[in-house]
Design a protein around this ligand. Structure first.
Ligand SMILES: C[S@@+](CC[C@H](N)C(=O)[O-])C[C@H]1O[C@@H](n2cnc3c(N)ncnc32)[C@H](O)[C@@H]1O
Length: 263
């Protein structure tokens, strides 16, 4: 039984019908006619929790039973790129210590905001690869990074250069040669939600919550030529569990820390 179906808005544009088939192939899910049904009726009729809807100017994923509505947006990437251009820095980049021409592997791509900021910093000569495990999230991010219209040219150009894919990063790391990326990055879902992070709720609902394991960290260290960087909330139990030193505290109102393994 598929986990989701793909449909259109009630009055679809012919382009949405063609797009629906492309998404269905990506997600290994059937395309079903909307038939003027509500989304809850549609999921009940097909016995699936989720439905991806092509309509208007965006692609939206719904799981009516748990009130989940998710679509791609670039998060804080534009503001962070502006800060970098104003020489105000970015704690993730400080932790990664990457610059023009470097390569970054983001093992927890999510909606790709961190990968976009890294792509801005490494520039045209650099490379950012982003891996996301949850298929509907991964493909919405692949599509959003390529097509989301954002006025800010620097952010748009960085988004387009992220090489995003759907895979388990443990498998992806296993296929990489030693030292093949300058930095490897993990931003696992925080065990407890940080206050004021309500914009993260739909992503948290949809994401894989698996914690970073010692095995993945060892593999990441092998693949990272210089360092592995992990993002967590202040005082995360992960630091003690994996023996990670916290190198960068985001500061300001942020409750985020970056642990670093490597040189
Ligand atoms: C907190 S989110 C990352 C947000 C991201 N840094 C951003 O800027 O949008 C963590 C993501 O990692 C994904 N994830 C968890 N384990 C993974 C794995 N083994 N391989 C690939 N992705 C994974 C989750 O599904 C989730 O989307």
């Amino acid at each position: 039984m598929p986990a989701l179906v793909v449909t259109t808005s009630r009055h679809p544009h012919p382009a949405h019908l063609a797009e629906a088939s492309r998404w269905a192939a990506l997600l290994d899910a059937p395309v079903v006619p909307r038939n003027d049904l509500s989304l809850i009726r549609l999921t009940e009729t097909h016995g699936v929790p989720g439905v991806l809807v092509l309509g208007g100017d965006r692609v939206t994923y719904y799981e009516p039973a748990r009130d989940l509505l998710y679509f791609f947006h670039p998060g804080m990437s534009r503001r962070r790129i502006r800060n970098l251009k104003a020489a105000n820095g970015d704690p993730m980049i400080t932790a990664m210590q990457v610059g023009p021409g470097d390569s970054v592997l983001d093992c927890t791509l999510g909606r790709g905001a961190d990968a976009t900021v890294a792509a801005h910093v490494v520039g045209l000569e650099g490379r950012v690869v982003g891996i996301e495990k949850v298929p509907v999230l991964a493909w919405l991010t692949v599509d959003g990074l390529q097509h989301y219209e954002i006025e800010d040219a620097a952010t748009r150009e960085a988004m387009r250069r992220v090489e995003a894919d759907c895979a388990d990063s443990a498998d992806f790391l296993g296929d990489q040669a030693d030292g093949s990326f300058d930095a490897v990055y993990f931003d696992p879902i925080f065990e407890q939600m940080v206050a004021g992070a309500s914009s993260m709720v739909p992503l948290r609902q949809l994401a894989s919550h698996e914690p970073l394991t010692r095995e993945a960290l060892i593999e990441a260290r092998r693949v990272a030529r210089r360092r592995v960087v992990i993002k967590q909330p202040s005082g995360s139990p992960l630091w003690g569990r994996l023996g990670i030193e916290v190198a960068i505290v985001a500061g300001g109102k942020s409750h985020v820390e970056y642990g670093v393994v490597g040189e």
